[in-house]
Design a protein around this ligand. Structure first.
Ligand SMILES: Nc1nc2c(ncn2[C@@H]2O[C@H](COP(=O)(O)OP(=O)(O)OP(=O)(O)O)[C@@H](O)[C@H]2O)c(=O)[nH]1
Ligand SMILES: [Mg+2]
Length: 320
């Protein structure tokens, strides 16, 4: 099953999830180059439209984001809203609001929320032009950069905003390779940019989530190892009903029950082998690919891989 090293499954402090994730790193040359081009383009930008994946709003948050935003205006879009259970929206909205961050929810595939995004960007432009006028400068259109991890739907959002396919958008990481300005009416100029990633993925459970959501090039990981970790993650998510993973999901879909090891952990490798016998003539790699594809195309239903972190426990009162 490849030589990916496993990291220790210490429970994730925010969710309590404990999953053995394969080692995943991905920082290809084109992303490093994209980041340099992006830094140069930032000087021309008034507004950063940050796009994250609603299935993993924390794992798709970039550690350099605040530096890139600087004094520019910022809108945060959680895209792929159609891919998470509906009640979870309010939970994330509250969680981000408590941290002073408003959210816009979009489904770039169906076009939901795109009008609100356009209006919010135009409002930013009005604020910008009020400032320009007060300094005796002529008003101009607002220049907005679409910023986010690969495959979160930045180009799909641009195509929806301008109501035609002006930029390439497809189901894999690293589709957009260069910066491209797109004009939307008189008020808005949008800059489509390649997806960016941190040079090092320190949190390997977050890296697993990025791989599962296709935000990382497939050459960077072993699909069987990622599928095995996914099976374990699904099993752990059953304990968190808001995630949308109902008990027995894998058995209902593939006809194979998920057994347990003597430690109580799910026996994901045996499940994969048995499912491969039934569905892919014993080919475990093909079964792993099918399982990942079924998740990525929502055939397993709306599933969130992250939930708003639990509040940290209050410190115990000091002993008298
Ligand atoms: N179901 C669903 N699919 C979406 C949504 N947004 C985008 N997609 C699909 O996701 C895939 C990736 O979209 P892109 O627009 O290419 O993503 P990107 O962020 O520009 O990716 P890079 O250019 O690689 O950085 C496409 O197949 C889109 O149709 C959404 O809200 N819901
Ligand atoms: Mg793109």
């Amino acid at each position: 099953m490849g030589d990916s090293a496993a990291v220790s499954p210490s429970p994730e402090p925010s969710t309590g999830l404990s999953v053995n994730a394969p080692a995943i790193q991905w920082y290809p040359g084109h992303i490093a180059k994209a980041e340099r081009a992006l830094r140069a383009a930032l000087a021309k930008v008034d507004l950063v439209i940050e796009v994250r994946d609603a299935r993993i709003p924390l794992a798709t948050g970039h550690p350099r984001l605040q530096r890139w935003i600087g004094s520019r205006q910022h809108l945060l879009v959680l895209n792929r809203v159609d891919m998470i259970p509906a009640p979870l929206r309010a939970e994330w909205t509250d969680w981000f609001r408590a941290r002073g961050q408003a959210l816009l929810w979009c489904d770039a595939k169906a076009g939901t929320g795109v009008k609100q995004l356009q209006q919010a960007a135009i409002r930013s432009g009005e604020a910008l032009n009020a400032r320009r006028l007060s300094r005796g400068m002529r008003p101009r259109s607002v220049r907005a950069l679409m910023l986010g991890f690969p495959n979160v739907g930045k180009s799909a959002l641009i195509n929806r905003l301008v109501r035609q396919k002006v930029v390439e958008s497809a189901r894999r990481a690293g589709v957009t390779r260069s910066l491209r300005w797109v004009r939307l009416g008189q008020d808005l100029d949008l800059l489509d940019a390649p997806g960016v990633l941190p040079p090092r993925l320190d949190d390997q459970l977050a890296a697993l989530r990025l791989a599962l959501c296709d935000d990382i090039g497939q050459a960077a990981y072993d699909s069987e190892a990622v599928a095995v970790a996914f099976i374990a993650l699904l099993s752990a998510l059953e304990a968190l009903p808001a995630a949308g993973v109902t008990a027995g999901l894998l058995e209902r879909r593939y006809g194979i029950a998920l057994g347990a090891l003597s430690s109580g952990a799910p026996d994901a490798e045996v499940w994969l082998a048995e499912a491969a016998e039934r569905h892919t003539s014993g080919d475990t790699l093909r079964m792993a690919t099918k399982l990942l594809d079924d998740f990525r195309c929502s055939r397993l239903g709306a599933i969130a891989l992250e939930l708003p972190p639990l509040p940290s426990p209050l410190p115990l009162p000091a002993a008298p």
